[in-house]
Design a protein around this ligand. Sequence first.
Ligand SMILES: O=C(O)CCC(=O)C(=O)O
Ligand SMILES: [Fe+2]
Length: 207
Amino acid sequence: MDEQFSLGLGGDAKRDPYNVLPRDGESIYFGRMMDATEADQWLNHLLDAIPWKHDEAFIYGRHIVTARKVAWYGDQCFEYTYSGRTRTALPWTPELLDLKARVEDQAGASYNSCLLNLYADGSQGMAWHHDDEKGLGENSNIASLSFGAERRFDFRHKQRKEKVSVMLEHGSLLVMRGTTQACWQHQIPKATKVKQPRVNLTFRRML
Ligand SMILES: O=C(O)CCC(=O)C(=O)O
Ligand SMILES: [Fe+2]
């Protein structure tokens, strides 16, 4: 083929959004929402400005402290309880509202809360789970924005045990919707070669 007609996808080429899941739900990977320079600025801002804290939980009566750090933001004084602890959301900052508006624009949905996760390096991950906090309702729409180290995100079908994965790039967006949470679990596996931090924001709508 003539070179001028070949449209190969280069390293940074923009791909159309696609559904990562082969069945039973929609998890749309939009790829990068911004260029690397802007994504770097967001990563630095979030690392500095968010009051990161280890998450605590009571599981089978035992006090657990996670390696990963978290923060929770939302519309006025949201409270939610999981693993035996009640948390109160911090009020939105102008910067988080800016990110939220851009995510809502891409996702075509609106959100009123955000859980932020900080993985210091590849020794930290998140075990298999689905997001089903009581306040989320059925067929919840969750938008996941990632900055920093590229990490693999795995889905596992609850019945069929089938697995699919997507690499979450710096500045990228993944939107989980439809029956994703009902039919699939997800995880961030540990990745021992990764030495850089990663920040993830999951925008949600609490009822
Ligand atoms: O860090 C991620 O990409 C996943 C976060 C996640 O699954 C959650 O917060 O429920
Ligand atoms: Fe999750």
